[in-house]
Write a protein that binds this ligand. Structure first.
Ligand code: GLY
Ligand code: MN
Ligand code: MN
Length: 496
């Protein structure tokens, strides 16, 4: 039969795919197996005596009908395992346990093989892969979890994150829905009659508070391997900002601008954006988390605020530039831009091991508020003038200034004292929407400048310096040509 050879080679390809498993063709700079093992060891060292930590993978999220969003692993679970598949759970024991004849202080439960599902979605690691590729000597596939002879009542503390009750039952045996149900039953989690029931932080031996504070301690300080990935994520994002500065023209759409950034990310092999890209021209820039990016034609004379971050192997940058679409700031735009720049510089001066997050915020707010007063935009620095009663926030600088970045854009970490090897943003902003109680010449000027910093013993390292920050440098780079301007596509109307 003529079709046989083709069929034969298809079969061969499929069996090759599962032979090599999930790890064929992976980048060679993912976090190493040793990194994850060492992080588990570090968590174990911080856990209370006679405790167990239970960490679940993220749920699969449905987009519509039978299409799901691209899967994104739970950052804690990824940090501790390196496993990128859903429907899994990690158990870490403070002390070694005897489980089915084996002494171990950890075990992982992963999805069981399923030829039909793997045909559509790709190979699963399964138990063997979890042992060889993730380095767990004790691994199980989902259906075994219910039968595992673990008596949770003997632990003084069972540490876990309480459930958000937002997990769908996929009907596949031992999916996340079932794993959680099994866990709840094993630990005597109170019968969940209300979908919003959450435990008290400590109930019997169930503890839904301690694990998060331990993860904050660990994840807030970056290791050398994490720093390598963060540097790449930030550099890619800054190069995206610089290229877009060269390419942008009035008449482009916000979506096109977004697409140019994201093309650069992919060009450098960053898999995703760490959060939905924020690209707001004119008034849209005053919406702090504007992600529709719908404006079909950005206008000559407008500012455009671009807050985007490449996610590289799980680690995300968070970089914002605000630029004049036509390449030249107006007088008022430049005054506000330079004020935000000075505020950021003031924050940077404070940044070092031992300083506090609050001190950085205060340094930036002092410059912003004083500057706005001198410009007559604030009538006074009295509460009635500075605070918008509708939001309870500073009228023109309504957000915080710093956060950790890492596996989450607003990453886990302590938010009091800065320590060496934290990676944080410094991101002051001024937003003056139309209708604000000041001279209308300031209206619709939104500016945020956001950069990413490695905190050091005696200061910081600016990681996003590939993107110009100073207004004069921005204008200079905007005069340069970009390869994007060579792109010449036919119109949808069909004319050449
Ligand atoms: N991109 C969100 C933020 O700057 O915090
Ligand atoms: Mn940020
Ligand atoms: Mn941002």
């Amino acid at each position: 039969m003529k079709t046989l050879p083709l069929f034969g080679s298809l079969l061969f390809l499929l069996s090759t795919a599962s032979l090599f498993g999930q790890n064929a063709n992976l980048p060679d700079d993912l976090l190493s197996e040793d990194f994850h093992a060492e992080r588990r060891e570090a968590l174990r060292a911080k856990m209370p005596n006679n405790s167990v930590a239970v960490i679940f993978s993220n749920p699969v999220r449905n987009r519509a009908n039978d299409v799901n969003y691209v899967y994104h692993q739970d950052p804690n679970f990824y940090y501790l395992t390196g496993h990128r598949e859903p429907h899994s759970v990690l158990l870490l024991f403070k002390e070694k346990q005897r489980i089915e004849g084996k002494q171990t202080d950890e075990l992982i439960v992963v999805r069981q093989h399923n030829a039909l599902k793997e045909l559509y979605d790709g190979a699963r690691l399964g138990k063997k892969g979890a042992q060889t590729d993730l380095g767990f000597s004790v691994a199980y596939e989902g259906p075994s979890f219910a039968d595992l002879p673990i008596d949770f009542s003997k632990f003084d503390q069972v540490l876990f994150y309480d459930f958000q009750n937002d997990v769908r039952d996929t009907k596949e045996k031992a999916d996340l829905y079932d794993l959680i149900a099994t866990f709840k039953q094993k630990v005597g989690y109170p019968e969940n009659s209300s979908p919003t029931l959450q435990l008290e932080p400590q109930q019997n031996n169930l503890d839904t508070k301690t694990l998060d504070s331990l993860m904050q301690e660990l994840r807030g300080i970056k290791t050398a391997e994490e720093l390598d990935l963060l540097r790449k994520a930030v550099k890619i994002s800054a190069l995206g900002q610089k290229e877009v500065m060269k390419a942008i023209r009035p008449g482009m759409s916000e979506l096109e601008v977004q697409g140019m950034h994201e093309f650069i990310y992919k060009k450098y092999k960053a898999e995703y954006e760490g959060y939905p890209s924020i690209v707001g021209a004119g008034h849209n820039g005053c919406v702090l988390h504007y992600i529709e990016n719908y404006k079909p034609e950005i206008e000559d004379g407008e500012l455009i605020l671009m807050d985007l971050g490449a996610e590289y192997h799980g680690y995300t940058a968070d970089v914002t530039r605000t630029i004049p679409v036509n390449g030249k700031f107006t007088k008022e735009q430049k005054i506000i831009y330079d004020l935000v720049y000075q505020a950021q510089e003031a924050g940077m001066k404070v940044c070092r091991d031992g300083a506090t997050f609050k001190e950085i915020y205060n340094a930036t707010a002092e410059v912003v508020n004083q500057g706005l007063l001198e410009l007559g935009i604030f009538k006074s620095l009295e509460k009635e003038d500075m605070i918008n009663p509708a939001t309870g926030r500073n009228r023109y600088y309504p957000h915080g200034c710093c956060h950790h970045i890492g596996l989450d854009v607003h990453d886990k970490g302590h938010y009091d004292t800065l320590r060496a090897n934290m990676v944080i943003t410094i991101e002051p902003g001024i937003y003056i929407p139309e209708g604000s109680p000041c001279d209308p010449k300031w209206w619709d000027i939104p500016v945020r400048i956001e950069d990413d910093f490695l905190v050091t013993e005696d200061g910081y390292e600016l990681l996003s310096d590939a993107a110009p920050r100073k207004s004069e440098e921005v204008e200079k780079v905007m005069k340069q040509p970009s390869f994007f301007n060579e792109v010449d596509l036919p119109t949808l109307g069909g004319e050449e």
